[in-house]
Design a binder for this molecule. Structure first.
Ligand code: ARG
Length: 431
């Protein structure tokens, strides 16, 4: 039975095709749907569309349904289109006529919008917390291993001295930038669309400020058409935030795969954190970081998926928008999984503390030696030529002394300054 049933049964194939897996996806919206309904009916009461007694009964039953959702007893019955219909059917089944009153002044179009905003706001906060936890671990490792040198590469050729402090610290600071994008998406999601109804408002004197306050939104999407247009645009902003984090974590995962390669051997993990081969008995594979890299690479495609899904849609609600859930819902979970797994693995990473004494890394120090000459008075280009000729004739022997002091360099990581930037951006998510 559909909310819009007018005495004829829709064709089964049509129903299956249009509903698809929306019922399963809607389960994640259930508690937000109830919260949205609670705010809506309080407002309906305030503007005189519900009696006090009706409001009390409806609120109590919605509270019951919330309990059922939390105890995982709530289901969307087969034949019921979506979570919004299921909640309304339950109210009518249990309370009779008054259940039929709650839909005044709203449409499933603004209902799903408000559910999504509430959910995405929570998801973004969780993503930010997980990213911040990983950030803290990266910074700890950066401090712990700040004196352990490793090769730095350009073009994948040995370039200049780097350090584990610099490497871990780099990904920590990259996460700060990613969280600026998460914070922007959070501010976009934190606006109340309720009251936009089907997308063109309502002739009821709705008090939209009241539902904005009740649901704890920062502000509302004032223009009802803009509110409806925010379906798709909000998901796109969230997708961009996820993409930003995925690009950082995916890049880090690639580094770990490379550093774990036996030709490098810069890092390793205890055996139980690696995987084996069915044919080669010696293998200790970095599957965790390969899966992480793969998931993160795939997650970077979701802004494009959303762009294509929503490109040139006519103004107003279109059913295509339902398919956004299928893109964004799994992605919010997957990015958190990746962040949490990365944090977990970094609790067990084993660092090779003696990499650069190997002569294959001798050329790491050419720039240090050029600079040493330049500091003692030789013009830079001449110093460069002298060391260059030594390399050319196989006569170069490095000093292996590294003395970097400027901000953000091996010898002056500025991790405290980076932590301060992170603290500021995390304030966005304070409840
Ligand atoms: N399941 C629908 C969606 O996600 C709910 C809104 C349906 N509205 C409509 N007019 N068909 O978009």
């Amino acid at each position: 039975m559909q909310l819009w049933n007018k005495g004829y049964e829709p064709d089964k194939m049509i129903e299956e095709f249009t509903v698809g897996n929306d019922r399963e996806l809607d389960m994640r919206l259930a508690r937000y749907d109830v919260q949205g309904s609670m705010a809506h009916i309080r407002m309906l009461h305030k503007i005189g569309l519900l009696e006090e007694e009706e409001l009390t009964k409806l609120l109590a039953e919605l509270q019951n349904i919330l309990g059922e959702i939390e105890r995982e007893e709530f289901t969307i019955r087969p034949g019921v289109e979506d979570v919004h219909s299921q909640v309304e059917f339950l109210l009518t089944e249990r309370l009779g006529e008054i259940g039929k009153k709650i839909h005044s002044g709203r449409s499933r179009n603004d209902q799903v919008l408000v559910d999504l905003k509430l959910m995405l706001r929570d998801e973004l906060r969780e993503i930010a917390y997980s990213a911040n936890t990983l950030f803290t671990r990266l910074q700890q490792l950066s401090e712990e291993y700040k004196d352990v040198l490793m090769p730095g590469y350009t073009h994948l050729q040995v370039a200049m001295p780097s350090s584990f402090g610099l490497w871990f610290g780099a990904y920590a600071e990259a996460l700060v930038d990613d969280l600026q994008i998460v914070a922007a998406a959070y501010r976009i999601a934190n606006q109340n669309p309720l009251g936009s109804a089907a997308g063109y408002g309502s002739s009821f004197p709705l008090d939209r400020q009241m539902t904005t306050d009740l649901l704890g939104f920062d502000t509302m999407h004032y223009n009802v058409v803009a509110a409806q247009m925010s379906r798709g645009k909000t998901e796109r902003a969230v997708a961009m935030a996820i993409e930003a984090i995925a690009s950082t974590v995916g890049h880090f995962a690639m580094d770990v795969c490379l550093w774990m390669c036996s030709n490098f051997g810069f890092v390793r993990f205890p055996d139980e954190f690696t995987t084996g081969s069915s044919i080669m008995p010696h293998k200790k594979n970095p599957d965790v970081f390969e899966i992480m890299r793969g998931k993160c690479n795939r997650l970077q495609s979701i802004p494009n998926e959303i762009a294509l899904l929503t490109a040139n849609l006519p103004l107003g609600y279109n059913r295509d928008l339902q398919l956004l859930k299928d893109i964004i819902f799994p992605a919010t979970l997957e990015i958190r999984q990746c962040l949490e797994m990365c944090h977990f693995m970094l609790g067990h990473i084993i660092i090779n503390t003696d990499i650069i004494s190997d002569s294959k890394y001798d050329y790491l120090f050419t720039v240090e030696d050029v600079n040493r000459l330049a500091l003692s008075g030789t013009p830079f280009r001449e110093a460069y030529r002298q060391i260059g000729m030594q390399v050319q004739h196989g006569e170069y022997t490095p000093h292996r002394e590294v003395n970097h002091t400027h901000q953000g360099s091996i010898g002056n990581l500025c991790n405290d300054k980076i932590a301060e930037k992170m603290r500021k951006v995390m304030q966005t998510f304070a409840c």
